[in-house]
Design a protein around this ligand. Structure first.
Ligand code: FE2
Ligand code: FE2
Length: 277
């Protein structure tokens, strides 16, 4: 149990929002929560709810295994809409990942560091959750401009697997969620933006550019906490990152990498190069 009251309140609020199935309500609740945390006006939680390993999910979209998802083509508007739908799904899962990071690991960070740092840990991951909620809203607006809503198409079930593989350890979670998956987003997004522009779809390209720039910040927050927590444990951050990826992400990391964006995020090549199976 956290010793500090406002930490417990933040974790309880994160747990509550993880159990909201409706993604629009989840995004609203997240943004409201983060605003209150920033103002220092989070109300005291009367609850003591256990954190579940499974956030609530809406009935739609139907979740398919990644291998079953159809190939998307940029050349027609349906293909581009289905890509935006897929990214909207990633953003909903990313809200949950950031809230789960807070609720699951703030106590571990407090035990291994101090109150100020665990407070900063919560603040950093809540700011990521706020960005992800904003990203979901942005893509939800893009979908409605294209005559679709989130949930209309199937989505793939893969991203939460990263969370289930790393429930036990903050360093494993930091390695796999921001530093493998979100960093992968930095590798692939510029190419997608270029393709949207090529087909004259500037509205979607502009939305992805907003997201891309924010995601550099998320990788930076991941790299900052990975280094800090590894050093607190007396581990070499680079060697420990590589060990964790080998042990828990057997597919390995595949180039091409966006070295420039990764470098901007403080995540140097020594971490991720030559980690292919
Ligand atoms: Fe995002
Ligand atoms: Fe993110």
């Amino acid at each position: 149990m956290l010793e500090v009251r406002d930490h417990k309140d933040a974790c309880q609020e994160a747990i509550r929002i993880l159990q909201i199935a409706d993604p629009w309500q989840k995004a609203i609740a997240t943004r409201r929560f983060v605003a209150k945390w920033r103002e220092g006006s989070l109300p005291s939680s009367p609850h003591n709810t256990e954190l579940s390993d499974h956030p609530a999910r809406p009935e739609r979209p139907e979740l398919w295994s990644p291998g079953k998802m159809p190939k998307r083509r940029f050349g027609n508007s349906q293909g581009r809409a289905s890509l935006i739908h897929a990214i909207a799904h990633i953003e909903v899962t990313a809200i949950d990942l950031a809230l789960d990071m807070t609720a699951r690991f703030a106590e571990q960070v407090l035990a291994e560091t101090n109150y100020e740092l665990s407070n900063e840990f919560i603040g950093d991951w809540l700011s990521v959750a706020d960005d992800e909620a904003r990203h979901f809203n942005l893509l939800s607006e893009r979908l409605s401009a294209m005559g679709l809503a989130y949930g209309d198409l199937p989505a793939h079930s893969g991203l939460w697997d990263i969370a289930t593989r790393t429930m036990d350890d903050v360093l494993a979670r930091l390695a796999l969620a921001p530093l493998v998956m979100e960093a992968r987003g930095l590798d692939v997004t510029p190419g997608m933006i270029e393709k949207f522009r090529k087909y004259g779809d500037d509205d979607n390209a502009d939305a992805l550019l907003v997201i891309y720039e924010d995601e550099i910040g998320h990788v930076a927050i991941g790299a900052k906490w990975f280094r800090l927590m590894a050093e607190k444990r007396g581990q070499n951050p680079v060697a420990h990152f590589r060990d964790l990826v080998v042990a828990r992400f057997p597919g390995g990391l595949k180039p091409p990498f966006n070295h420039n964006a990764r470098f901007k995020a403080g995540f140097g090549r020594e971490f991720y190069e030559n980690l292919c199976p």
